[in-house]
Write a protein that binds this ligand. Structure first.
Ligand code: ADP
Ligand code: MG
Length: 289
């Protein structure tokens, strides 16, 4: 497996990989076209974690033990292709957050392999982990916004840390806020926004660097059902631009309504992997290879 350091100096191969995963499965809706970067955009060399061809997320026999014998994950093998929309479901304590935190290397597997965009995270140098995290958009239940910064400033911050110019930030932030439905609310502090609006800010922040993979851990956990549906609809629209979306949730109604691929965890193991609702019998639905 190629190390990220080697790839950095191989513009040819990263360019090909980039093109492959950029193919959108459906036409990009006009209002979301903004998430596709202009091809002329320059990035600082080596500071972008570019997914290669092949699965976007791959777990091979992953075991995660916490202190003692507490099992976070207990032998998980699964593959998520570029462009998929996947729900990760299961009751509290089943291992959903452990799965997500392994994907962004907030945790390291006790054994097995976690491979993101073709890179084995067990081999990723610690100094490269920030690039991995910037390349994956992350959304959390508690929004994790900077409380003393406005919506615009929260989104701008994500662009500033990736080295974008002030002009680029000034152009991109209002665009991305408009596309998540927050037109005109950029000057508000998080506490001046509803829960659903705060989650839209956090999605804008996750999207603004055009990630190939968007991961959300219980994004609607603090929201009422109608607001939750709006957030899920937004994640679906983002997925239609070609972004792979992985959503951990235990919101049955939403999962049942959306009829997407559902990976169900129980006690750290995958007990079902099928398209359909939250609880369907795998015999009733086609398994996704
Ligand atoms: P979920 O997100 O589905 O609720 P988690 O991945 O948070 O599940 O937890 C899976 C299991 O790992 C639970 O038994 C939980 O108590 C345990 N666990 C999670 N985080 C830690 C931790 N930091 N230290 C010890 N045990 C943990
Ligand atoms: Mg959790």
């Amino acid at each position: 497996m190629a190390r990220i350091d080697d790839d950095m100096h191989d513009a040819g191969s990263t360019q090909r990989a980039f093109t492959l995963v950029e193919v959108a499965p459906e036409p990009v809706p006009a209002d979301l076209a903004v998430v596709t970067p202009p091809s002329s955009e320059k990035r600082r060399r080596g500071d972008v974690f570019r997914p290669g061809p092949g699965p976007m997320v791959q777990f091979q026999g992953v075991i995660k033990r916490y202190d003692g014998d507490v099992r976070g994950l207990d032998g998980v093998s699964v593959s998520i292709a570029a462009g998929e929309f996947v729900f990760l479901v299961g009751q509290s304590g089943s291992g959903k957050s452990t799965f997500i935190r392994l994907c962004i290397r907030e945790l390291r597997a006790t054994s097995g392999h976690v491979i993101i965009g073709g890179r084995d995270l067990g081999e990723l140098r610690r100094s490269k982990v920030p690039y991995l995290r910037r390349a994956i958009g992350c959304v959390f239940q508690d929004f994790r916004l900077l409380p003393d910064r406005t919506a615009s400033e929260n989104v701008a911050y994500a662009l500033q840390v990736t080295g974008h110019s002030r002009q680029e930030v000034n152009r991109r932030v209002p665009e991305i806020l408009a596309l998540v439905g927050l037109d005109g609310k950029g000057d508000r502090l998080p506490r001046e926004l509803s829960g659903g609006e705060q989650q839209r800010v956090s999605i804008a922040r996750a999207l603004v660097n055009q990630p190939r993979l968007l991961i959300a851990d219980e994004p609607t956990g603090n929201l009422d059902p109608d607001t939750s549906q709006g957030i899920m609809d937004l994640l679906t629209r983002i997925n239609r631009t070609g972004t792979t979306v992985l959503v951990a949730t235990h919101d049955r109604d939403t999962v049942d309504r959306m009829q997407q691929r559902v990976i169900a965890l129980h006690n750290g193991r995958i007990v079902r992997d099928a398209e359909g609702g939250y609880n369907e019998d795998p015999g009733d639905t086609g398994e996704i290879a």
